[in-house]
Structures are given as C-alpha cells and as structure tokens.
Design a protein around this ligand. Structure first.
Ligand code: GLU
Length: 547
C-alpha cells in the first residue's frame, strides 16, 4: 500500500508539516525543573470540586516551580457545550485564586502556543493525522453504526472483549481500491490508529500520584479523527500537550484506562511523553461505606454550592490543601499567618485512591479561617455575599457599616477568638438580634412566673445606666437577684437546687431574652453597649407591654 498516496488522498489540503509546527511552537525557555501544565476542561457549564482539586494541583505545581499554567478549552464535543460555559469556568477558577499565565480568556485568548480552543486547531491535528497515515500508522475506517453494532453483538455473544481490534478491525488492511471506492461514493469515514500493541505484553509505568503501575499494551484501533474531522480527546491530547510543551499532565484518573493508548500515540507521533499526574476521585462517606461524589446525588460537588452557602474562598482553599497534602495542617499550625502559597505543595502526597471529602471538616476549617479575619474583612466578604444571596440583609449591613462592624468585632482578635460563623449564611441568624427587623419575640421558660420576670425587667430598667462598666452592670443584676429572693451563690444552688426559686443566671437570662429574643447571645453587656441605650430600653419596654 502506498501510504504516502493515501495521506494525499485523505488530506489534500494539508500543506503544513510537523516540522513547521515544531518551529512555530518551539520548546519553552523554562528554567530547569519548571512544570508546564494546564487545565483542559470541557465547557459543560458545570464546575465542580474535582476541577478545583485538579486546578489547584496544577496551579501549585506550575507556579511553585517557576513554570507555566495555561487554560485549554476542550470543546471538541459540540453537543455537550453550554453557551457561556467558558466564562463561568474562568470566573469560577479565578474566584478560587487560579489565574492562568496563558490560554483561553474572556477578553481574548493570549499566549504563543494557541489557539487554545480545540475546535480552532483542526488544521493542526490534520497535519499530524496526515503524517500518521503517510507512515502507515493510521487509516480510514468506513464502518457504519450498524456494522459496529453487529460486531459488538457478535463479540458479546462470543464472550470476547468488545472493541475494534485484531480480526475485528475491518478496515485496517483494506486495499487502496476499496478505500477509493468508498471515498468516491461520498461515504463518511473516521481515522483510526493502527495499534501495534498486544494485550499479552505488559510494561512498567511511573505515575506521579499512582506510583509504579503495570500497564497492559493497547491493541484497539481507536478513533483519532471523527467523521467531521474533529479529533477525539486522545489524539487532541497528544498533539496539544506536545505542541504546547506540557511537561506534566494533571488530570482525573478516569483517563487511566486509555493511558496505554496515549503512550502508544506519543511514541507513534515521535513525541516525548509528559509526566502524568492522575488524580483519584473525591469520595464521601455514605453510611459506613465510601463512594464517589456524584453530580446527581451530591449538591456539594458543584462549586456554586460553596458560593451560595457562603464559604469564603480562603476557607475552601485552605480545606482543599488540607485534603490534598496531609502535612498541610501541621505546616499551618506552625505558620498561622503565612500565605497558603508559602506551603511546599507535593502532588506525590495526594492519596492515589482518591481523597475523602469531609464536609464537617470543611466547616471547621472555615470557622477557623473566619475567626482569624478582622471585623472589617468579615464585613466586606459578608456584604459581597449578601448582595448576591440575601438582598434584605445586604441592605441592613450597608445602611450602617460601623454598626455591623462593631457587631462583627465581638470576641475577635486575641488568642481565642469566637467561632460563631462557618458560612455567611449563618451570619444573619447570629447577627439578627442586633437588627429590630430580624428580632424574634422571647419565649420565656414556663417554670418562671410572669410576675417575677416583669419585676426583674422593671427593676433593671430602673437602674440601667449605659455608662456603667461591666462590673457595675453585673453588680446591679446581682442586686436585683437578691431583691427577688433568687440566689447569686451558684455553688450553693448546685448543691441543692430545690432550696432556691432561681439564680442570677436566670435573672440574666430574663434580661437577655428581653433584649435579644434569645437565651444565648454573645456577652450581654457588650451586646447592649452596641445596641445603645435607646434601643435596649425600647426592647425591654416592648417585652414588658406584652408580658
Ligand atoms: N477535557 C478533559 C476532561 O474534561 C481533560 C482531561 C485532561 O486534563 O487531559 O476531562
């Protein structure tokens, strides 16, 4: 067979050569050890935690080695593409601190190794397709869907592996006449790889995350170009990662089964194989067993979920780092104030079997992260969140910034800061007591009679002076306690609760409930200082009216 001639027949318009492309996309002048890597998502509109894990892994690997991170949009499957998906993707990744040095971008793709969207690279793939055909390493296949279906049925009936391989590779060795007859009839064709592998052969392979693997050779003549001339992922991956001079391919381990084919393809094309970093899936506990996070069952897989709940970006980032590198937490304890990017990230520490996502842990990390922020920082992030997800609350926060900041300042700073808020959604229930519109009417414990509560509140109003310091304030509460025959001696009360109608704690609770509507709140003295005299008195009076 004259492969050269076949290549000309199949790709008459291709005049560029691989040499020309090699020259157009020269090796990068990167320092020794620099990682050149990429994110290569398909624009489906769904950005998930897995993307973030992959993104942060590649971002850290590139940037901490002085390398390059670029974004390549894998849009070869037009059917799956959702309009606006690329923008959503770029904005979401940026939100989480993943910035690209080159590649696809909203206001114009940039960089010297483009185009960075695969559909715009058809001509480039065809150069290599033509080369493979001319060397007898690829061939056109005219099988119809029906023929492929019948083949599969036959293989299933024979209990054989399904696929286009060996004796089932119907177009592998057809004559030029057969091929030309099909072309003349205008029949569609796909380009297939002529595999020289055998499943009898195995070889060793080193994956950065998975470690040493034993791989069985591929014997399937996989499709390289679909009938519309658009490449499959496999072929595009080899051509793109070679020409874009990728040193490390960081991707999900769902690609491991086709890795043997990818390795073959790089060899057939004469390309140096990049290093592979295959990331295991994110798992979660479901009862007592682990399973993969699923798009259908787990809303927490989507990154939009974290935004809507109100996890600060820094918290999600911090948690993912904790998840990926087990030594991150120790490092963080030793370096509480260092930027996360100072940590020496290692892809080798990723769990080869996939990491266990723990929502409770994320919440904990988030509480810590928020507790270390200043009140001003919390205010800014909370307001930003509320503007998108709770307009009414946003309005209240914006109406009096100083007031909101003073609320958020309670228990902040110092060695043991308060940890009331894990997500911005929890801020309103926590801060609500400071806003009349969100105040809940108190529900007093029925074991206390209303007359006593009334007496306490009246006495308190009579002596309350916002100029008091907290010890004077509390002394006044104690006096009221004694006046109504409750005890201030908590020890005595604990020893014999029956001996007392109530305690200073109950008296404080009556006042707390009247002022805040709740039985729990931050330090009541501080709360009243922030509420101010008028508002505090008005609230107690309103409760008295209803008692
Ligand atoms: N487009 C592929 C995906 O979305 C990319 C895999 C890779 O990074 O090579 O899974």
């Amino acid at each position: 067979m004259d492969y050269q001639k076949l290549a000309e027949i199949l790709f008459p318009d291709v005049s560029d050569t691989p040499e020309m492309l090699e020259e157009r996309f020269p090796c990068r002048n990167a320092p020794e050890g620099a990682v050149i890597t990429r994110m290569a998502p398909s624009p489906t509109g769904f950005v998930h935690l897995g993307n973030l894990v992959q993104g942060l892994t590649s971002e850290r690997m590139a940037h901490q080695s002085g390398g390059v991170l670029f974004l390549r949009v894998e849009d070869t499957d037009a059917k799956r593409e959702v309009p606006g998906a690329v923008e959503v993707l770029i904005n979401t990744l940026k939100h989480y601190g993943i910035q690209f040095d080159e590649g696809a971008a909203i206001d114009g793709d940039f960089g010297n190794y483009g185009p960075y969207r695969q559909r715009q690279r058809a001509a480039i793939y065809h150069v290599y397709a033509k080369k493979l055909v001319s060397e007898g390493k690829a061939y056109p296949c005219f099988c119809t869907e029906e023929e492929l279906g019948a083949m599969r049925e036959k293989q299933e009936a024979n209990k054989e592996t399904t696929g286009y391989y060996g004796k089932y590779a119907m177009w592998r060795d057809r004559t030029m006449e057969d091929i030309q007859a099909q072309l003349e009839a205008g029949n569609p064709w796909v380009l297939r790889f002529r595999s020289t592998g055998s499943i009898e052969n195995q070889f060793k392979f080193d994956d950065v995350v998975k470690g040493k693997l034993t791989i069985t050779e591929n014997d399937v003549d996989h499709v390289l170009l679909k009938s519309d001339g658009i490449p499959t992922y496999h072929f595009a991956h080899a051509v793109d990662d070679h020409l874009m001079r990728t040193t490390h391919v960081v991707r999900g381990d769902e690609w491991l089964p086709t890795l043997p084919f990818h390795i073959q393809l790089f060899q057939a094309l004469g390309f140096k194989l990049p290093k592979y970093v295959h990331i295991g899936p994110l798992m979660k506990m479901d009862g007592s067993s682990k399973r993969k996070l699923s798009k259908r069952k787990d809303p927490e897989l989507a990154l939009t979920f974290y935004k809507a709940e109100g996890f600060p970006v820094a918290a999600v980032y911090e948690y993912i780092m904790t998840l990926l590198n087990s030594n991150y937490e120790d490092w963080r304890r030793a370096n509480p104030d260092a930027p996360a990017t100072d940590f020496k990230f290692s892809p080798k520490k990723l769990n080869p079997a996939g990491n266990l996502f723990d929502y409770a842990k994320l919440t904990d990390v988030s509480k810590n992260v928020i507790s270390k922020m200043t009140a001003e920082e919390v205010y800014a992030l909370l307001l930003e969140w509320a503007q998108e997800f709770d307009a009414d609350f946003a309005e209240k926060l914006a109406a009096d910034k100083d007031y909101a900041v003073s609320i958020l300042a309670i228990g902040r700073g110092g060695k043991k800061p308060r940890k009331d808020i894990a997500v911005w959604k929890e801020a309103k229930p926590y801060m609500g007591l400071f806003y009349d519109a969100y105040l809940q009417p108190p529900v007093f414990d029925e074991k206390f009679d209303k007359a006593t509560i009334r007496t306490v509140l009246e006495k308190f109003l009579a002596v309350y002076d916002p100029a008091d310091d907290s010890s004077v304030w509390f002394d006044k509460v104690k006096s009221i306690t004694e006046e109504i025959g409750y005890t201030t001696d908590m020890k005595a009360y604990k020893a014999d609760p029956e001996a007392f109608p109530g305690t200073v704690a109950d008296v404080s609770t009556f006042i707390r409930q009247a002022v805040t509507g709740q039985t729990n709140s931050p330090d009541l003295y501080t709360v009243m200082q922030i509420l101010g005299k008028e508002r505090s008195i008005a609230r107690i009076q309103a409760v008295l009216e209803k008692l």
